[in-house]
Design a protein around this ligand. Structure first.
Ligand SMILES: [Zn+2]
Length: 386
């Protein structure tokens, strides 16, 4: 009855709002999608032809990946790298992370299994250590896992307003679901890394399936953004030397963390919002008290849901004050070629520090707090100190 009355009483208003709602939405381009501010509208599925028409070239989304039987390119690649993947390291537990009954020498940790003791220095020859901190002092390797989140526009708008870039660890299934949101990360100047196809525990997979989890995420990101990542982060940190060897064969550097905000765990296992705030504050206090004066830090944070994104926004000013530099992990590593494609580059860390004196185009790719602060407060640019 009330609906009827509303329709009768305000037809003109209804027509106008409907027209605005529909006409304002362009869900075929990154720019159009980035302008949607209503979370429900953002998360209403849309069809994007380049990925929508290619779904049969990928495993079903959100299911553990395997190499498709007609995918000769993937099979060829797997054959090329499989000889460097150890066969004496067995899969561990279930892909939901149940390790009950796993027969493993945890004390000696022969596989450098992160889930056992946070091991980051492989025992298998030829593998680089995981990145768990960054070499640049007073620097935070700033990044977010589990995107692209369909309702991330407000968060990405915030980062854009701060001229702040970050590393986005994207799940392949999310990329296929929300391709224009994935595109936005690249357009905004963020760095994109792989966070697997179905977000399961990687050490549980048979080697060929673990390969597929990484391979199809790389392919999905390439399909919708045009670039192929060279970095990845294992969900739950669950990696060992077998999985590292597979990632290494695909040219992926393993990025982990030393500090966990536990934002992803809010409401589970007794973790409260206060706990998450405390974890952020602990990290911030560590920075203020000199913990990162020798080498910078990485904290695990997420674009998983509105709560984790609002936490990121809430603590941004304090992180910015506590660290001299908040930059994507790749920038903090001085990795100027973040992708396989060579037509896209990141500035070096030094260039970021001097960005105010050099080029706006470089500054745009950086996140120098001092540059920004001078720009905003003084209306002029000053040379940046160390
Ligand atoms: Zn994750």
């Amino acid at each position: 009855m009330r609906l009827q009355s509303f329709l009768t009483d305000t037809p003109a208003l209804l027509v106008v709002s409907l027209a605005l709602g529909v006409a304002a939405q362009d869900r075929t381009t990154e720019q159009g999608e980035a302008q949607i501010t209503d979370g429900n509208q953002e998360c209403t599925p849309y069809f994007y032809a380049p990925s929508g028409n290619a779904i049969h070239n990928f495993p079903p989304i959100w299911t553990p990946a395997t190499i498709l039987s007609n995918d000769t390119e993937a099979m060829q690649k797997w054959q090329n790298i499989s000889s460097s993947v150890p066969t004496n390291i067995q899969p561990k537990g279930t892909n939901q992370g149940n390790f009950t009954g796993v027969n493993y020498d945890i004390a000696n940790d022969p596989d450098c299994w992160w889930s056992a003791h946070q091991c980051t220095t492989p025992k298998l020859a030829g593998l680089a250590p995981d990145v768990s901190n960054v070499p640049e002092p007073k620097t935070m390797g700033y990044g977010f896992d589990d995107g692209p989140n369909c309702s991330h526009n407000a968060f990405y708008d915030f980062l854009q307003q701060q001229n702040q870039k970050a590393t986005m660890f994207f799940i392949g299934s999310n990329v296929m679901d929300w391709p224009l949101e994935a595109q936005r990360a690249l357009t905004d100047g963020h760095e994109i890394c792989v966070h697997t196809w179905s977000h399961r525990y990687m050490t549980s997979f048979q080697s060929q399936d673990a390969f597929a989890e990484l391979w199809y995420t790389m392919k999905a990101i390439k399909l919708v953004t045009g670039v192929t990542p060279t970095c990845w982060r294992p969900p739950f940190g669950d990696v060992d030397d077998r999985i590292r060897a597979i990632a290494n064969g695909l040219g992926l550097q393993t990025i982990i963390w030393k500090y966990d905000s536990n934002d992803w765990r809010n409401g589970q296992g007794g973790i409260t919002p206060q706990d998450v705030d405390n974890n952020y504050m602990q990290f911030i206090n560590n920075a203020t008290s000199g913990t990162f004066d020798g080498a910078g830090g990485i904290m695990l944070t997420h674009e998983l849901n509105n709560y984790t994104m609002s936490e990121a926004i809430k603590f941004y000013p304090q992180l910015q004050s506590a660290f001299q530099h908040l930059v994507p992990v790749g920038v903090a590593l001085n990795k100027t070629q973040p992708y396989v494609e060579t037509n896209y580059s990141l500035p070096t860390f030094q260039e970021c520090k001097l960005a105010g004196l050099v080029l706006q185009t470089i500054a745009d790719k950086c996140a120098s707090r001092r540059y920004q602060r001078h720009d905003e407060q003084d209306g002029r640019l000053e040379q940046l100190g160390q």
